[in-house]
Design a protein around this ligand. Structure first.
Ligand code: GAL
Length: 678
């Protein structure tokens, strides 16, 4: 094994290559790494080990990263069952998650982080296999303690000296070091370009209509929303808007949408945006079919061409058609579906592509490169977009797209929220259905503290008011989300400039790393007595001040672990505890939320006043604002206020200071509230 030769590229960020046959995803995606932001926000750290090693075995490049037995690992990739990955063997490839955290996932980004304060990122578009510390070499320096199953305690999980990774060709390997896991993840996010610029309307309420809907159906639906007094910000059109879908024509169905521009204009007059569903498989009926043919692979999917988006020519054909037919008439964005795979209908691993790249490389980058093509087309128009996609990769950080899938487990959706913060993705636990009114409410509530609040009625045409008995709660839940816009906007500002994920696993901020337990023998379910890890996923951070404690549909009470520090109830402002576990009642209309001592939470009321909620005796905060629609903030058109408060003789004193005034916020008035005003 050869020790790799690392070069420092930013504070605590080191890079080396395994050989010359590299084709980094970050170079394909061409996001500008924010190395300056890393240097401004974080201090330098030395490499945490003597060496990372590489060798070639059986035509594969192998990378060995030293580890010790007390470390916990998180990632690689988006996961849905457990966030800790010690001892897992993960074969990362872009795929639809199929109920097993085996590496086949929507975001297979080859990055993991250790609670010792470093992360490893292997930048290659190829499939990467990770063996997360359970492989033992015959020449191991610290071999596992010998065991004898017939004579006592035994576990199948034997710790080795390394995490081992293997892949075809070569890769850039990064070691990212920080004081905490949050610092490591933030540096990784900045290396990949930092968080996206999301339009303000994107944080409102999204409703995806039935697959067969045309213009009139959509307009009637909007009328119903109005009558019922439900806020609506984005309408999503599902496959039926295309003249042909599966494969896709990307052209309007003229019968359903005789005048798409008028349709988009009419909705915009009501402040409602239109988002279009598509997949990337090009129909013979598509106007771009002939042009795309030379840039497509050897196999079809659903009878459609598979464009090789690693080629700029293919992206250009796709983007130009989308610009002319949708973007220029006012469409606000896309839901790019099915680019994640499902082996039984995707192209095989031996498919050939005109770029000469392996099918693996095309598959792993289809999602991220389609996002990039769309994003750049909007950016050229100085318009922001926000949408959905089912596959992503390194560089997803900068893309204003959320990941979703077809699974529908409450528990797995929660795990997805925690896990997404380790791989630079935004995960949406969309609402589609419920068995009970209670479940309906709890699902909406989980969505409030996620990157997108969306009801996806594509198959069953459900409306938010489908359970009459909780109609008011759902209406208020949507309003509550909208009142949090300034706070969510702040969180995304921090994602963009400091790399801090807006919604994240509790262990990124607090001591809540997974605990490891020996399990007991069960000759049917657990014959190998494998180790089990308990993750905290039912508490997570939304922004830097609020800890969200979602309630499962059947829970009437729940336990809440309050990390060190004083915590306050979001709604009442009352002190609830410090460094203790409490039991709380869970009334249906409330999402249990706990706020850090000294927090100043900016919210907006129905009259467009900025209401800053102050918690505890003294503290500080900030408000970031810009026009919410364009990229002008990148040229200085933004506002940044810092704020502070304290209580003297029970009176709330507040002040705010403009740190930067390139933009004039449109709020009517600013009010500071404390618990007596809540
Ligand atoms: C699925 C997708 C659904 C819906 C459907 C339409 O793949 O996950 O949300 O869009 O396609 O055919």
């Amino acid at each position: 094994m050869n020790a790799m030769d690392f070069l420092k590229i930013a504070a605590g960020v080191y890079m080396a290559k395994t050989g010359d046959a590299i084709d980094p995803v970050l170079s394909l995606v061409k996001n500008e790494p924010k190395l300056e932001n890393i240097n401004e926000n974080f201090i330098d750290e030395p490499l945490p080990f003597d060496g990372v090693y590489t060798e070639e075995i059986n035509n594969k490049t192998v990378v060995c990263i030293p580890k010790d037995n007390s470390e916990r690992f998180y990632g690689p990739g988006l996961r849905f069952q457990k966030i800790a990955t010690n001892f897992a063997a993960l074969h990362m490839r872009c795929d639809h998650y199929g109920n097993s955290d085996n590496g086949r996932t929507h975001v297979p980004t080859p990055f993991y982080v250790s609670d010792k304060g470093y992360g490893i990122f292997i930048d290659t578009p190829e499939f990467v296999s990770f063996y997360m510390g359970g492989t033992v070499r015959t020449d191991a320096k610290n071999p596992p303690v010998p065991q004898n199953r017939g004579r006592g305690e035994w576990s199948a999980d034997t710790p080795g000296d390394f995490v081992e990774a293997s892949f075809e060709k070569d890769a850039l390997v990064y070691v990212i070091v920080g004081k905490s896991m949050l610092e490591v993840v933030s540096k990784f996010n900045l290396l990949c370009g930092g968080g996206p610029l999301v339009p303000k309307w994107g944080f409102g309420f999204w409703h995806r209509t039935h697959i067969q809907f045309g213009e009139e159906d959509v307009k009637n639906e909007i009328k119903l929303f109005k009558e019922k007094n439900f806020d609506l910000d984005v309408i999503g059109l599902e496959p039926g808007w295309h003249s042909n879908s599966y494969p896709c024509s990307y052209e309007w169905d003229e019968e359903r949408f005789p005048d798409p521009k008028r349709f988009a204009d009419d909705l915009l007059k009501e402040d409602i945006r239109v988002n279009l569903w598509e997949n990337l498989f090009v129909s013979e009926k598509a106007s771009i079919y002939e042009d795309m043919k030379p840039y497509s692979g050897s196999h079809m999917v659903w009878n459609g061409l598979v464009p090789d988006f690693t080629l700029p020519e293919a992206r250009k054909i796709y983007a130009e058609q989308h610009k002319k037919t949708h973007i220029d008439i006012g469409i606000s964005g896309y839901k790019i579906d099915e680019c994640d795979g499902y082996d039984n209908w995707l192209f095989p691993d031996h498919a050939k592509f005109p770029s000469g790249r392996n099918a693996a490389a095309v598959r792993n980058t289809l999602g991220i490169l389609s996002q990039k093509a769309i994003y750049e087309t909007y950016k050229e128009e100085n318009r922001r977009t926000y949408g959905l996609v089912r596959a992503s990769a390194a560089g997803s950080q900068m893309m204003p797209f959320c990941i979703y899938n077809d699974c529908y487990s409450f528990e797995q959706y929660l795990t997805g929220l925690a896990s997404s913060s380790f791989c630079g993705a935004l995960w949406v636990p969309e609402v589609r259905d419920a068995n009970t009114a209670e479940e309906w409410v709890r699902r909406f509530q989980m969505c409030v503290f996620s990157p997108m609040l969306m009801l996806n009625a594509w198959a069953n045409g459900v409306k938010p008011w489908q359970f009459e008995e909780v109609e008011d709660i759902i209406r208020d839940t949507i309003k509550f989300r909208k009142s949090l816009l300034p706070y969510i906007y702040n969180a995304f500002y921090l994602y963009r400039t400091k790399g801090i994920p807006p919604f994240r696993a509790l262990c990124l901020d607090y001591d809540a790393t997974a605990s490891q337990e020996m399990t007991s023998l069960d000759h049917t379910d657990n014959p190998y007595e494998t180790l089990s890890f308990s993750d905290t996923i039912d508490q997570y951070m939304a922004g830097s001040e609020i800890m969200v404690c979602p309630v499962r549909p059947d829970q009437k009470t729940r336990k809440v672990m309050l990390p060190k520090g004083d915590w306050y109830d979001y709604y009442t402002g009352e002190y609830v505890g410090n460094d203790e576990t409490i039991e709380i009642d869970c009334p249906l209309d409330k999402i249990p939320l706990f706020v850090k001592d000294g927090a100043m939470i900016p919210t907006v009321d129905d009259d467009n006043n900025l209401i800053v909620r102050c918690y505890g005796d003294r503290g500080f905060g900030f408000v970031y604002d810009d026009d919410g629609e364009t990229f002008n903030c990148e040229n200085g058109e933004y506002a940044l206020f810092s704020m502070a408060f304290n209580h003297e003789n029970g009176v709330l004193n507040c002040n705010y200071l403009s740190e930067y005034d390139g933009y004039n916020p449109k709020y009517k008035e600013v009010h500071f509230y404390d618990k007596k005003d809540f």
